[in-house]
Design a protein. Sequence first.
Length: 199
Amino acid sequence: MRCPRSSRRSRCSPPSRQDARGAADMTAEASLRAAPAVVVAQEDGRLVALDAGARRLLGDALGRECWRAIGELRDAEGLPCRTHCVRALLERGTMAAQHSRVLLGGVRHSLSCLALDGRVVCLLSPASDQRPTAWQLLSAREREVLRLLSEGLTTGAIAARLELSEATVRTHVEHMREKLGVSTRAALVSRGYTLGFLG
C-alpha cells in the first residue's frame, strides 16, 4: 500500500482484519440479496457442506455447529437457531421442516430447514416483495401438495392424504419446480413462502 508523503505512517497502514471482516460482511449481505445460501448439517449439528452463497455469508464454517454459524450472523433478527436444533428437527422424522421469516441486515429473508437422510438442509433466501407472475401461479391441487410438502410429508404420505397416485404427486412437484424455477423440494418450499403461497 502506498502512502502520500504528507501522511503519517499510522494513517496508511494496511486495513486491519476487523476492517476486512466488516467489508466482507457487507459484501456477503449484499450478495445474499441476489442469491440464496444453502448449508447441510449432520446429526450432531456440525456443518458438512456449504454452497457458494453460504461461504460468502459465513466464511469457512465447515465443521462449526450450524446453530452457532447461522445464529451469529451480524444484524440478524428472528433466527430460530438454538443448541441442538438440528437433532430436534431430525427426531421429528424425514422431511420434517421448519420455516421462519427473519431479518438480515434489515432485509426480510426466509429460512427453511428440512430433515433429509439423517441430515438437515437449510436454505436462507431473500423474501420477495413481488407477487408471483402469471406463469408462477399454482393450481389449487399444486398448492395443496406444496402445503403438505411444507409440513414435511413424503410423496407417499401426500398421495395417501390426497387420494392420488405417487406418480401424480411427483408430477405436481415437478410442475411446481418448473414454474418457480427451483431444483429441490427444500427450495420449492422456501420459494412457496417467499411468494406467499405458504403461511
